[in-house]
Design a protein around this ligand. Structure first.
Ligand code: FMN
Length: 308
């Protein structure tokens, strides 16, 4: 007999039929008067994380919301992550009340707005970002994906088919937006923590939306304790496994044993990519033998790239 009970799957199953941990994000967009509007969103997750020419998030929202309509019209959004603070969460819930106009909501907000950094690079008009946020993703809607630029703003009573599968208007009342991340900006304290290596005390306190809600309350946790779990190291490879792969990387480049030794802890599925990137560096620098010394230079270069 199963230790589980079956639960009926209904609309908004992540709120009605489950406990589901999610971020709470204030999405800034530009309204019809050129002002910044804020809406509360939890259904916002990384979408393209590697292997493409850009990185992207996906945002799922009601297509009649101010946020969806503004993205359809102007294509720019900023995802503001606020730290846990009871007054910030109260304000997030107020900004999450459906049907209020941007003007009405924003005239009463206790939060502060300032210019972000992405507009300086590309001279584009961007929504402002929330000063109280600890980090912000400044984004552009990838409207060319799935020809989503065919989707028009303005139908606030519900859209008619045909619908898009994953970008643009996706159902009568729903919209999905693939948002290219133009910039991640962060407050100095957390920026420094990422550069120096994060310790438990350097984590921002992030409100986690618990998914489940009833008709009267949103539930969230302030996450105030942080635990770490070491990544297993016992699976380090035998040097001969690295040697086998290293000898098949580039016929013009050799890896010495001490260079191979440096790669034994790289998980096996990433080994080929790691060797390839070393070989790429060697080709660019006219190096034919990679020793431990070259591995130091490659690692330094990687660390510098990370810092910049
Ligand atoms: C914590 C929280 C999370 C929310 N997450 C979502 C979401 O992911 N998608 C959505 O469509 N609405 C979500 N809502 C409801 C929207 O905030 C609501 O539709 C609001 O009207 C959107 O504001 P806007 O019209 O200014 O965009 C959420 C509300 C709260 C308080």
């Amino acid at each position: 007999m199963s230790s589980f009970k079956d639960l009926r799957i209904v609309d908004n199953f992540y709120q009605t039929s489950s406990f589901f941990p999610m971020p709470t994000i204030l999405v800034s967009t530009i309204d019809d008067h050129g002002n910044t509007s804020l809406g509360a969103y939890s259904l916002c997750f990384p979408y393209y994380v590697a292997g493409k020419s850009y990185y992207a998030m996906i945002l799922e929202c009601r297509n009649s919301s101010n946020t969806a309509q503004n993205i359809l019209k102007r294509g720019k959004a900023a995802l503001n992550f606020l730290p846990h603070h009871k007054t910030y969460f109260k304000e997030t819930v107020r900004l999450g009340y459906p049907g209020d106009s941007s003007l009405d909501k924003m005239s009463k907000t206790s939060l502060h707005l300032e210019e972000g950094l992405a507009g300086i690079d590309d001279q584009s008009k961007r929504p402002k970002v929330v000063t109280e946020a600890f980090q912000v993703f400044e984004c552009t809607w990838v409207s060319e994906l799935e020809h989503a630029d065919e989707c028009q703003a303005g139908q606030l009573e519900g859209y008619d088919p045909p619908f898009k599968d994953f970008n643009g208007i996706t159902s009568k009342f729903g919209a999905h937006f693939i948002l290219k991340i133009d910039k991640i900006i962060m407050k100095e304290k957390y920026h420094q923590a990422i550069i120096d290596g994060v310790k438990a005390k350097s984590f921002p306190k992030i409100p986690v939306d618990y998914g489940y809600r009833d008709n009267t309350h949103f539930w969230y946790t302030p996450s105030t304790k942080y635990f770490s779990e070491p990544i297993p190291t016992k699976k380090a490879m035998d040097i001969s496994t690295v040697r086998f792969a290293a000898d098949r990387t580039d016929p013009n480049i050799t890896f010495t044993d001490d260079a191979c030794e440096r790669l034994v802890k790289v998980p096996r599925i990433f080994l080929k990519a790691a060797l390839e990137s070393c070989a790429k560096w060697a080709r660019e620098n006219d190096v034919t033998e990679i020793t431990s010394k070259e591995m130091d230079i490659i690692n330094d270069k990687r660390n510098k790239e990370k810092k910049s």
